[in-house]
Design a protein around this ligand. Structure first.
Ligand SMILES: Nc1ncnc2c1ncn2[C@@H]1O[C@H](COP(=O)(O)OP(=O)(O)O)[C@@H](O)[C@H]1O
Ligand SMILES: [Mg+2]
Length: 360
């Protein structure tokens, strides 16, 4: 059963179309993230689900009920923001219990719920403090606890971790996922951070300019993106225009002519045209010649960055000083490759992937 269904949602601010034909579903207990660049309409979609913005057309259905006539306060949703939006004059306990008080829950019921949730988010030692006495991470937990306390069917998160430092972000990320499993709410989670979206979600919805480019599991959008936008937004990608010169769909075997010359490709999905975009990821190139010599090339290294766990090389294909955007190759750990060297790499045929996007 779907907790949330959005059908062909459209919303404009004046002449500016912010959401255009948005259709998506979330099953009960599913974690769905909306991933996209700033300004693509993520927050607007979240606020439309919460009922703060009426749609111009299309519908939002929660638990089989059309939400058009339902006011925000009567929707089974709670929102957790980037700016924690805590009430500064209320204690942590009062902040967490705020929604319950509004729902006219009795005092004993509020106390019981606040104590239980505070324990789950490790705030029990801070219940009598004021928000200003807490760290950023603790304030974010109060905001989370306050939203959880009303036991919403759908939790709406708007970039809740973007004000936290990197270590804390990783930790709270895991905690949110754990709480979600424990409470069983359906989550719609807005982020522009690909690592967050890929690591937390059951479904990643990639948005761009008010439309959904692709929705799929983290693996689907990473390994089988439909176009250059998705491929480049969920990870780093080296794009090539490819002319398909040999096509054996039964075996999933192809030859392409591209900036690297003639290359072999193994792909379960056939190219949609004879001129298509293909790509491979920086981590896919193998150093040196392997058995498959057809896909081995010598690349000129134009820059080397040591990233701790990885070394990242900026490379150009043989005989080309520039591609549309610089190509990257990542190698695990440290290595001795220097700027200006020519280095052999093999791109395995099953790592070259076709996008569903033709080119001229
Ligand atoms: N209340 C509003 N009135 C007019 N334009 C708005 C309003 N809210 C957002 N926008 C515009 O809509 C677009 C999408 O905004 P938003 O949904 O906040 O994007 P995101 O959350 O993906 O960064 C932006 O161009 C923004 O300037
Ligand atoms: Mg936003």
């Amino acid at each position: 059963m779907n907790t949330l269904e959005i059908h062909d949602a459209r919303l404009a601010f004046g002449d500016f179309i912010v959401l255009d034909g948005i259709t998506l579903r979330a099953a009960k207990g599913e974690f769905v993230s909306l991933l996209g660049p700033s300004g693509c309409g993520k927050t607007t979609l979240l606020k439309a689900i919460a009922g703060f913005y009426p749609l111009d057309s299309g519908s939002i259905v929660i638990n089989q009920q059309d939400m058009r006539p339902v006011k925000p306060e009567h929707r089974d949703t709670a929102m957790c923001f980037q700016s924690y939006a805590l009430f500064p004059h209320l204690t942590v306990a009062e902040n967490i219990g705020f929604g319950l008080k509004q729902k006219k829950t009795d005092k004993a019921g509020i106390n019981e719920c606040v104590t239980k949730i505070a324990e789950q988010v490790s705030l029990n030692a801070h219940l009598q403090k004021m928000p200003s006495q807490l760290s950023g991470g603790q304030q974010q937990r109060v905001a989370l606890a306050r939203a959880l306390a009303v036991r919403p069917e759908i939790m709406l998160f708007d970039e809740p971790l973007s004000n936290l430092d990197a270590c804390l972000r990783d930790q709270v990320r895991l905690e949110i996922r754990q709480l979600q499993r424990q409470h069983g709410f359906t989550a719609v989670y807005v982020t522009h951070d690909r690592a967050e979206a890929l690591s937390m979600s059951d479904v990643v919805v990639v948005m761009n300019g008010g439309v959904i480019e692709q929705a799929g599991t983290p693996e689907e959008v990473y390994f089988h993106p439909v176009n250059r936008f998705v491929a480049g937004f969920v990870g780093q990608a080296n794009f090539m225009k490819a002319r398909v010169v040999l096509r054996d769909e039964a075996r999933g075997y192809y030859h392409i002519d591209c900036v690297l010359g003639l290359m072999e490709v193994n792909s379960p999905t056939p190219p949609v045209a004879d001129m298509v975009y293909a790509f491979w990821r920086p981590e896919d190139a193998l150093p040196g010649k392997t058995d498959n010599s057809l896909n081995c090339r010598s690349f000129e290294v134009s820059a080397v960055s040591f990233l701790g766990n990885l070394s990242e090389l900026q490379v150009s294909p043989p005989g080309h000083h520039q591609t549309e955007s610089p190509w990257l190759i990542q190698l695990v750990g440290h290595n001795c490759i220097r700027k200006g060297e020519q280095v052999d790499f093999t791109i395995p045929p099953d790592k070259i992937r076709f996008l569903q996007e033709s080119c001229e």
